[in-house]
Design a protein around this ligand. Structure first.
Ligand SMILES: [Fe+2]
Length: 167
């Protein structure tokens, strides 16, 4: 077994770790699809991960950023983030209401993946760099609130937390 180094993740690390996890599920989905295999489990996992991510990012992270922000550019970017999250949640709802054997399900998931990839790019190249410059942001308390909520959500949803803090 490989030696793993544990370090404390902050809120940015946690959100980016979520992004990497869903990206890897998108790659797994593509692989399964190309090999004519069922991707139902991957779709369900990605939807669960994305719902947790949304709760943490919109409900805690961007809510705190919004309070600390006073910058018009950042306000505009936060509005965009909210719209992206709304669209992503609508697509998840549509997917979850689609029967598992429905032929359009993969297409819906591909659309969801495109929206998420766009959202990830905007977070990591536009919003996070600006947020990191905010002096009034209490990153420690945001991180603590996100960790607490994430543990609760994982317990509620019955998801196994695999090496969440291991990088
Ligand atoms: Fe995000």
């Amino acid at each position: 077994m490989t030696e793993k180094v544990r370090k404390e993740l902050d809120a940015f690390d946690m959100l980016m770790q979520d992004h990497r996890e869903v990206e890897s599920l998108f790659r797994e989905f593509e692989y399964l699809r190309q090999n004519g295999r069922n991707a139902g489990r991957v779709i369900a996992n990605a939807c669960a991960e994305l719902k947790i991510h949304d709760t943490l990012e919109t409900g805690i992270f961007y809510a705190a950023v919004d309070e600390a922000a006073g910058d018009e550019e950042l306000d505009r970017l936060l509005d965009e983030a909210e719209e992206e999250h709304d669209t992503i949640l609508e697509l998840i709802e549509k997917l979850e209401q689609t029967p598992v054997d429905h032929k359009q399900r993969d297409a819906y998931f591909t659309t969801l993946a495109e929206h998420v990839k766009h959202h990830v790019l905007k977070d990591e190249t536009e919003r996070f760099p600006l947020v990191k410059q905010l002096e009034r942001l209490d990153l420690d308390s945001i991180t603590a609130a996100m960790k607490k909520r994430k543990a609760e959500l994982i317990a509620e949803m019955g998801i196994a937390e695999a090496d969440e803090e291991t990088v």
